[in-house]
Ligand binder design. Structure first.
Ligand code: G
Ligand code: G
Ligand code: MN
Length: 410
């Protein structure tokens, strides 16, 4: 990491007084390479020079002529490789929207500062600075062709990972979500975002889901045999719900594996807009009648809507991770979380919070009426073979460090 003094910083603000203030604060914090500009055009000029490009820009949003949002677009056009800190007198939601926008442009944002900025606030963000990743690491992930995916399914190269779901009140492990991985002979472990959409687009998702469900059921019956009572949740793509035989297929496979349908959860998301809802409705309603548990996944995102909630008899609602992680600390996120939770309660559904990444998220959930938690704080997805060992450790963790009282894992 560069010494403080070596990071090149550019402060851009139309108010001379603010520039003075920022310069002084930066000097006091030990930064020696600081330039200032009072308008976007002058700043872009500076950035255009090969050796003049800063590592970090402190950017005011409200400027006459070129505002901060427009400035960001010009940065993208110039392939700016440094980071940003947003400085503004705008309200929190406006700042957050702008942070989202800058992220979408793939420019790292260390955070935002409300005016008047304080040295402590500035320092908290500056310590997050790190040199940009080399281009190689930033390169887009590889995607695979339909033929490669087809062969992988046929050759049994897909394997299931399992991520635990635990009861918030007691810490008890109530189930797992199946997350498929591809054990690629050359590329190593490949994640589903690199092949699920390929499978959906090329009519391979039925074969994929059948392979995943098959191993999940085999695993569920093993756990059942050793006395581990776990609900097993499988992700189902809306594309799986286009052919009417899906319900019969799932029912037969589950019965053949000797697993009660109550132990199987089907997590449904909509990856693309469905024009004809008749088949999905029929299939899901029949599966519900046969006592499979239906879960609406990623609730609150564009893919999982109120209309689905109205039309389909879901038993479980999974609040999308973007409304969970950090909700304790963010009024907007918190409002979405509370609204989803209230909705699920009123509809008498079980609520699962996804994306529980740290202790703050976990403590927050414990203060709400949320039933079930899932996320990296509890465990990352793991191979089936690791699960029993993990459960032992988790029960120990629950006993030791999670506030006592209601925590009696059974
Ligand atoms: O861990 P993660 O990267 O595993 O998963 C990424 C996305 O892929 C998630 O949205 C998840 O729902 C989806 N996914 C994982 N496994 C499956 C699967 O077996 N079928 C479908 N349709 N989607 C899956
Ligand atoms: O099926 P769904 O779209 O809900 O997929 C869950 C996805 O979220 C998977 O890719 C899984 O690996 C990922 N995931 C699980 N727990 C966490 C978490 O705590 N944080 C983040 N960022 N992702 C998570
Ligand atoms: Mn899911």
């Amino acid at each position: 990491m560069k010494e403080n003094s070596a990071i090149r910083i550019l402060a851009l603000d139309d108010e001379p007084l603010m520039l003075k203030l920022l310069s002084r604060m930066l000097a006091n914090l030990g930064f020696t390479s600081v330039a200032t500009c009072d308008n976007g055009y002058a700043a872009l000029e500076k950035i255009g020079h090969a050796d003049g490009a800063p590592d970090l820009i402190l950017l005011d949003l409200n400027m006459p002529e070129m505002d901060g949002v427009e400035f960001v677009r010009h940065l993208v056009e110039r392939q700016y490789a440094g980071s940003l800190i947003l400085v503004s007198g705008e309200n929190e939601r406006m700042l957050q929207s702008t942070v989202k926008l800058v992220h979408a442009h793939k420019i790292p944002v260390l955070g935002h500062l409300h005016k008047p900025a304080t040295p402590e606030g500035l320092n908290t963000l500056l310590v997050k600075w790190s040199p940009p990743l080399p281009n190689k690491l930033r390169a887009a992930k590889k995607t695979y062709s339909a033929d490669e995916v087809r062969t992988a399914i046929a050759n049994g190269e897909l394997i299931n990972y399992y991520q635990p779901k635990v009861a918030v009140a007691t810490g008890q492990v109530v189930g797992v979500e199946v997350l498929v991985r591809w054990r690629h002979l050359v590329d190593g472990l490949v994640f589903p975002d690199q092949f699920i959409s390929v499978a959906e687009a090329h009519g391979l998702i039925d074969d994929l889901t059948r392979a995943v469900l098959g191993s999940a059921l085999a695993q569920a019956s093993i756990w059942q045999a050793i006395g581990l009572s776990l609900r097993v949740a499988v992700n189902v793509s809306m594309d799986n719900l286009a052919s009417l035989d899906f319900a019969d297929y799932v029912t037969k496979q589950t019965a053949d594996a000797g697993v009660p349908p109550q132990q199987i959860v089907l997590e449904v998301t909509e990856s693309q807009l469905m024009r004809d809802l008749r088949a999905p409705l029929e299939i899901l309603t029949r599966l519900h009648l046969k006592r499979f548990r239906l879960s609406i996944d990623d609730f609150g995102t564009g893919h999982s809507s109120l209309a689905q909630l109205r039309d389909i008899p879901f038993d479980e609602l999974k609040i999308d991770q973007s409304f969970v992680h950090g909700a304790w600390n963010n009024g907007t996120t918190r409002a979405m979380f509370d609204a989803s939770l209230g909705l699920a309660k009123q509809l008498d559904m079980e609520i699962v919070a996804e994306g529980v990444e740290d202790r703050d998220d976990w403590e927050f959930l414990r203060s709400t009426g949320c039933d079930i938690a899932q996320g990296y704080f509890i465990a990352k997805p793991m191979p089936a073979a690791d699960l029993q060992g993990w459960i032992k450790n988790w029960e120990e963790r629950v006993r030791k460090e999670l506030p006592a009282g209601t925590n009696e894992p059974t």
